[in-house]
Design a binder for this molecule. Sequence first.
Ligand SMILES: [Zn+2]
Length: 176
Amino acid sequence: MCKVNKPSVQNIVSAVLACAVIGVSAYAYQLYGNNVALNEQIAENTAKVSAAKTQIANIDNLNAQIADLQSQLDSKTAAYNELSNEKSSVEDLTQQAYENGWNDACYEYDFEPNPEDIPTYDYVAEIDKANSPTAYITPTGKRYHLSQSCAGENAIQTTIAEASEKGYTPCMNCAQ
Ligand SMILES: [Zn+2]
């Protein structure tokens, strides 16, 4: 036969207290764990917020640059439009003067100018001609020279473009 001792009140109280301490400890431990995890999340989120703030600052900076470039573009576009208008009015005036000159020349040689015969003034060709390097021709020669002394005493100053247009070919000695 075994004899079961009746638990004393003191023993029951002790057991209950022990359970309570274990329970509270476990709960405290769990809370501590939660707290660590929360702190990690807070640190992580703080870092994310800080990165986002940096990105926002970068975006603000880029937006400021874009606004600045846009205003530069606007002012360049305005200047370009102004120059385009000036260019087109200069072109109109030049074409008008060119046509007047053409008509005058026709009247001078006594024939009626035909508007369809008047060529359009070629700016690109004229600018090329104006920028063409200096050359020398002679009244009797068929070559143009880059060296005045090679052209000789009767050298006439012109440009390569003009000489070529008149049928002169480059001198073998100085222009090739
Ligand atoms: Zn020559």
